[in-house]
Design a binder for this molecule. Structure first.
Ligand code: AMP
Length: 299
């Protein structure tokens, strides 16, 4: 079954202590769409400006991403610039230039509206609502967010939580949202706000799923070198929903394995700048790393 992805479609300028790469293809929707494309057909909803390089459209196409829902508008593509510290975990946003996102209201093509799996990747919650408003009875809705929306659009986000099935956020966002230091307690509080499934990401320490069936811990794949972690969270959630869309049977019985696939795609993402490494992997490379990860946690 197919996956609809909405989120930011961006140009990212990324600086690490060792290298600098301007205007790479980035954005939450780009990372998530490519990650999901290894498992299921993907439909993209987003907006780019006239400056968006044609080769990036080709890149989406090479991954079979349906671009009917990607608007090319007069103006500049969303541009984000960030800088990592030596530890590659701490990141500072240097620039966020909204460009064409400033006036964006997503209008879904008719054929998108019945897509069974919906990923509301990180973008303003009002836009996530706007997409959900146009969907007809999706089977599963997964949403991601970031601290910015907790700060400036909390009400919209709280309303969104009542409309989704799976909420994915990182540990610091879970603490900020619930005012609770313990992530397990934080997840319990988030369930009360709506979502049946809560996934708390802990970066290089993996992710925790909380649901009525209890807890599940998905490790991150251990890497001896991280080139650029930008988009790892989006790749995780894209890999997860892509995997779920590719499986038969109840969501509950596929979620745990889905998180492992998400972790594995995210690990590839960290091994190159922007999408450079992710776009080069194959389904077989993913399967092999899943097997390696399985060996690492079996006891
Ligand atoms: P992650 O590393 O998973 O947190 O995601 C990084 C991606 O988020 C980058 O590719 C950025 O283009 C994108 N991004 C940064 N700020 C925003 C924002 N305010 N809204 C939407 N996407 C953003």
């Amino acid at each position: 079954m197919s996956v609809l992805v909405v989120g930011s479609t961006a140009l990212d300028s990324i600086k690490t202590p060792w290298r600098e790469n301007p205007r790479l293809l980035g954005g939450s929707a780009s990372h998530a769409a490519v990650a999901a494309s290894f498992f299921a057909p993907v439909k993209l909803v987003g907006i780019v400006g006239e400056d968006f390089p044609k080769r990036y459209l080709q890149l989406y196409r090479r991954h079979g991403v349906d671009l009917e829902g990607l608007r090319v508008a007069a103006g500049k593509t969303f541009h984000w610039a960030g800088e990592y510290e030596v530890n590659m975990n701490n990141r500072r946003t240097l620039k966020t230039e909204l460009g064409v996102f400033e006036t964006f209201t997503p209008e879904l093509p008719e054929k998108y509206r019945r897509t069974p799996f919906v990923l509301l990747a990180n973008i303003a919650p009002a836009l996530q609502h706007r997409v959900l408003d146009q969907m007809r009875r999706p089977r599963l809705v997964v949403a991601d967010t970031m601290d910015l929306w907790l700060n400036i659009a909390l009400n919209d986000l709280l309303k969104l939580l009542r409309r989704i099935d799976v909420f994915v956020l990182n540990d610091s966002e879970a603490r900020q949202l619930t005012k609770e230091d313990n992530v397990i307690k934080a997840a319990e509080k988030i369930h009360r706000l709506g979502p049946k499934y809560v996934i708390v990401k802990k970066g290089e320490h993996g992710a925790i799923l909380s649901s009525t069936s209890g807890l599940f811990l998905a490790p991150a794949f251990p890497l001896n070198e991280v080139v650029d972690p930008t988009g790892a969270g989006d790749s995780f959630v894209g890999g997860l929903i892509g995997y779920l869309a590719s499986r038969k049977g109840p969501i509950d019985s596929n979620l745990r394995r889905g998180m492992i696939y998400g972790s594995v795609v995210a690990s590839f993402c960290c091994q190159g700048f922007g999408l450079m490494r992710t776009t080069k992997i194959t389904r077989e490379a993913i399967e092999q790393r899943v097997r390696e990860l399985e060996k690492l946690v079996r006891f």
